[in-house]
Ligand binder design. Structure first.
Ligand code: ADP
Length: 744
């Protein structure tokens, strides 16, 4: 078989492939059907030429004429394609004449198939091809009909081109360019040149359809021509382009051979041709690979780089917001997309979202009832349900397709998700799962190149989503830890402030106390002397008693002050706090009875003994008990509780919390809970301050300050919980040293 014949068959095959792809992937609407049929006719046209080259004298005429019939169908289908492209709903109306003539043309041409002699006057086949002489009027009719239909088609496309914008505009451009080249050159070699009686070059015509194939494939891949999302791998694109290039290239060589043959002998031309191929092939191949790379994959992402950069972010960024922001930014750069939105579930159950830098697009609001979140979260299958896992990416394009009866998504969901994605301008949505829980979403905007997302893109984004899941989880844990640390710091600072306040006031108090103590001692001494000397009925005795009473109260205050400020060491003794509390309560039982206060005692049976200063502890208990009594003037209940934490390997949640806050594990807790008037919120921070009192004229405001100092010196802590009207609870926590615990 001659090379040019092989080329004709290859061209026919390539056209057939394009027709099949368009037909099978294009949703079978009017556009794709008419276009696929036009390309199929091109394929038949090329095939006819190939068969003609192989035919013997008898069948040659048939195949020769067959090409004309195929040609008439090309014009017919192209005319109809141009009428409905790019929007079938916007097809231009067709007059009866146009309709009839468009149908009439291929039928009239086909009729000639049975009587070719009507169209072709003389026919002789030579070694280089057929020598054909046409009968003029009928051939002119054919030429006219073909040109008219094609011309009208192009005119229509160009009009549409001027009116359209965006993606449609570029789609039309490629259709016009591809089919234009094929039509002009095809017509030249196979329609007009034969008019002059030269049919030598007719085999060249079909090859120009390769331009059409190239342009249309390009537009399908890059601009979703005819809504075909064709996913071609790099290798297929290379081979397709290389194939068509080789065909064109060989064609050139054949032409060159023909050119040289006139001047030199056949062998020389063959040598020149082979040299041409040998020298030209490799560089040409490389040139095309490079061009293909540039044209088709220019916008393609560097997966490895993107993963490395994201890995860096995932392992270093600990703040959830910055994590989402930087990830979105990387995705925008990596995928070359318009925008990216990262959504994540926060620790408190709210959703947060972030976008990459740049643009005025602000992160959209996400709630648990957002359709996308509901879609992914609700569909998680139970152990026995065979619901497909909704973990895959959703492509906006897929949502646009009319659903098949077997679709996993009902139509309502599809429409809702579609409108949400359109609103967010997202082309792809990928869920992020952590430990089988939906923990976030990745939303990718459209590619700036207008390309679709390739399967390789989706695979990559799924890998990224898995890594992002781990990163989000880490960020959340880290944030929780951070919060705990901050709380700890805050409470520690508060304690420090309290201690500092006490220390400075203590110093001041000591000085004042000493100054007051001396005159007070004199006042008390002299008053006592005077009272001793005084007769029972002395009118001044009452006044003097008041002086003595007030002086004694002042002395108590001073003593308290000194106690509070004194930094004497703790008198250490092994003490049973249960017993100590009971002893202290015994002092007050009578008063409780009179005041109508019910004492409830709940002692831990396993309370270990502890080394404390018993006297000082007693003072603390008295202070707290007295305050509780004061708070319940009309009676109530006072509950005293003792608890032991951290013994017998027991681990309570509160002990865990203590451990985290740096407080020793084994503790004794004593609670004084009253049902009194409670403490106002604004007073709570002040009650441990010296001289803070709400008992006008009655209190000194020193009881709690002194108690605080004592507990602090024991390494413990005193806390208060209270609400107005709901009573108050004072909690003392005392740490136990290891050797003490052993003595238990
Ligand atoms: P004082 O009892 O002399 O006023 P404290 O230092 O013992 O001094 O107490 C300071 C203030 O704390 C009290 O005046 C009172 O307002 C408040 N307080 C202390 N204990 C209680 C309690 N159990 N119920 C309500 N308020 C209390």
């Amino acid at each position: 078989m001659e090379t040019k014949t092989i080329i004709l068959f290859v061209t026919a095959a390539l056209n057939l492939a394009l027709a099949l792809i368009v037909y099978s992937r294009g949703g079978r609407n009017l556009i794709t059907r008419s276009y696929a049929s036009a390309v199929l006719s091109v394929s038949a046209w090329s095939f006819g030429h190939g068969m003609y080259a192989l035919a013997d004298d008898r069948s040659a005429l048939f195949w020769f004429y067959f090409t004309y019939v195929a040609g008439s169908f090309i014009a017919f289908y192209f005319f109809h394609f141009a009428r409905v492209f790019p929007d079938p709903n916007n097809a231009s109306p067709m007059s009866i004449t146009a309709r009839l003539s468009s149908i009439g043309f291929p039928f009239a041409a086909s009729a000639g198939l049975f009587a070719p002699q009507v169209l072709i006057a003389s026919f002789s086949q030579t070694r280089q091809g057929a020598q054909v002489v046409f009968v003029m009027p009928s051939y002119l009719f054919y030429t006219g009909g073909f040109t008219l239909l094609m011309g009208w088609g192009f005119f229509h496309l160009l009009t549409r081109y001027r009116e359209s914008t965006g993606r449609q505009r570029s789609q039309i451009r490629y259709v016009v360019a591809g089919t234009g080249i094929a039509a002009v050159f095809g017509s030249y070699f196979n329609l007009w040149l034969p008019l002059t009686g030269n049919t030598h070059f007719m085999w060249l015509g079909p090859q120009f359809s390769l331009f059409m194939i190239a342009f249309i494939s390009y537009a399908i891949v890059k601009h979703r021509l005819m809504d075909i999302r064709l996913i071609l791998s790099r290798t297929i694109v290379y081979s397709l382009l290389l194939g068509s290039t080789l065909v064109l290239y060989t064609m050139l060589i054949l032409l060159a051979q023909r050119f040289f043959q006139d001047k030199t002998d056949y062998i020389t031309s063959l040598v020149i041709g082979s040299l041409f191929i040998a020298l030209g092939f490799e560089p040409l191949k490389q040139l095309f690979q490079k061009t293909t790379e540039k044209v088709f994959f220019r916008g393609e992402l560097d997966a490895q780089r993107l993963l490395t950069e994201l890995g860096e972010i995932f392992s270093t960024v600990r703040d959830l917001d910055s994590l989402l922001k930087s990830t979105a930014q990387q995705l925008i750069q990596g995928f070359r997309i318009e925008r990216a939105v990262l959504v994540a579930l926060k620790d408190n159950g709210d959703w947060t979202s972030a976008t990459g830098r740049g643009g005025t697009f602000s992160p959209p609001d996400f709630q648990t009832d957002h359709p996308l979140i509901k879609y992914y979260a609700s569909a998680w299958p139970g152990p026995y349900l065979k619901i497909p896992m909704k973990r895959e990416a959703i492509l906006e394009e897929d949502l646009l397709d009319i659903p098949q009866p077997t679709a996993l998504m009902d139509d309502m969901t599809r429409i809702r998700l579609l409108s949400v994605m359109e609103h967010l301008e997202a082309a792809v949505s990928v869920p992020i799962f952590t430990k089988d829980q939906l923990s976030g979403l990745i939303l990718l905007g459209h590619k700036r190149s207008g390309d679709s997302f390739f399967p390789s893109d989706l695979k990559l984004i799924e890998i990224i989503s898995r890594q992002a899941g781990v990163a989000i989880e880490n960020a959340r844990l880290y944030q929780a830890l951070q919060q705990q640390m901050e709380e700890l710091k805050r409470s520690q600072t508060q304690q420090l402030i309290q201690s500092a306040k006490l220390a400075s006031i203590g110093e001041l108090a000591t000085n004042v106390a000493h100054e007051i103590n001396n005159p007070l001692t004199s006042i008390l001494g002299f008053t006592t002397l005077m009272l001793d000397d005084m007769g029972d009925h002395d009118p001044h005795k009452k006044d003097l008693k008041i002086i003595q009473g007030e002086a004694m109260r002042s002395r108590d205050i001073v003593r308290n002050l000194l106690d509070f400020a004194r930094k004497r060491g703790i008198k250490k003794e092994l003490t049973d706090l249960n017993q100590l509390i009971q002893k202290t309560l015994n002092l007050l039982r009578h008063q409780a009875d009179i005041s109508n206060i019910h004492l409830k005692e709940e002692y831990a049976s396993d309370l270990p003994t502890i080394i404390v200063d018993g006297d000082q502890m007693k003072q603390v208990f008295i202070n707290l008990l007295k305050n509780a009594f004061d708070a319940m003037p009309a009676g109530g209940t006072l509950t005293v509780t003792t608890l032991a934490h951290g013994f017998n390997g027991e681990t309570t949640p509160s002990m865990m919390a203590e451990k985290e806050s740096g407080f020793p594990g084994k503790t004794i807790e004593i609670r004084f809970q009253d049902t009194g008037e409670g403490i106002a919120k604004e007073h709570i921070p002040k009650i441990f301050d010296p001289f803070f009192t709400t008992k006008e004229g009655m209190g000194t405001g020193l009881g709690l300050a002194v108690s605080y100092g004592i507990i602090e010196r024991h390494g413990g802590r005193i806390e208060v919980f209270s609400d107005v009207g709901a009573g108050a609870t004072f909690v003392i926590k005392l740490p136990i040293k290891e050797e003490t615990a052993l003595s238990y």
